[in-house]
Ligand binder design. Structure first.
Ligand code: PRP
Ligand code: URA
Length: 214
């Protein structure tokens, strides 16, 4: 059997993703519409992220006859990066209602854009698939710090998946350089970072917009 080629960066740019991305980016979008669009994009990402997860064959009976089915077998931990990662959590739980949830808090310094961890609370993560969710990957500092933490807690790089709404080329290169095995999923690869390390064209501050603070 031929090995399926593993693509480490997966850009999901279908018509629905483009439609909701446009709503998300528009500065005239109301907070209710922003949350709605972010939830839809997160659902698109959730489907893409688990697309190649292992399935176990099971025997079931339809009302008419016995048949073979498949079930997702590996335990999954979803890790939203606080705060903005929480915005994607309902969509992921919707498709993965059995998943455990672990939290990590990362805050970028407003002047230096350097991320620092301020909170962590995980279930046991060994031998589990771990999906990190965070809408924005800018310099990659928050994601690097999160991944280092998960590896230190016993996670394996081949079991880590990062799902972002928008990624910047700088952050993507940073991650691919440090963790070439990491699987990354995104709905947009933007142009670059500005001098304040915000993504262009981007959408602004995802955490502030989702919480209704801006
Ligand atoms: C945002 C975003 C990412 C990070 C990305 O969080 O949600 O976690 O910035 O930037 P980076 O790739 O340069 O690290 P922020 O630190 O603004 O915190 P928040 O989620 O509380 O708004
Ligand atoms: N965090 C955000 O919320 N937006 C950016 O553009 C960069 C980091």
């Amino acid at each position: 059997m031929k090995d399926k080629k593993v693509i480490r960066f997966n850009l999901i740019e279908n018509a629905l993703a483009k439609h909701y991305m446009t709503i998300l980016r528009n500065k005239n979008t109301k907070v209710s519409e922003f949350r709605f669009a972010l939830d839809k994009l997160s659902k698109i990402l959730a489907i893409a992220t688990v697309e190649n997860f292992e399935l176990t064959e099971i025997q079931i009976e339809t009302p008419l006859e016995a048949t073979q089915g498949q079930t997702l077998n590996s335990p999954i931990v979803i890790v939203p990066v606080l705060r903005a990662g929480l915005s994607m959590l309902p969509a992921f739980i919707d498709f993965l209602p059995e998943a455990q949830i672990g939290f990590i808090g990362q805050r970028r310094d407003e002047k230096t854009a350097i991320a620092s961890e301020y909170y962590r609370n995980f279930p046991e993560i060994k031998n589990k698939k771990i999906i990190i969710i965070d809408p924005m990957l800018a310099t990659g500092g928050s994601a690097v710090s999160t991944i280092e933490c998960l590896l230190a807690e016993g996670g394996k790089i081949e079991d880590l998946f990062l799902a972002c709404i928008i990624v910047a080329p700088e952050g993507l290169a940073n991650l691919q350089n440090k963790f070439p095995q990491l699987q990354i999923f995104a709905c947009a690869l933007d142009r670059c970072l500005n001098e304040k390390k915000y993504i262009l064209p981007g959408l602004g501050d995802a955490g502030d917009l989702w919480t209704g603070m801006s």
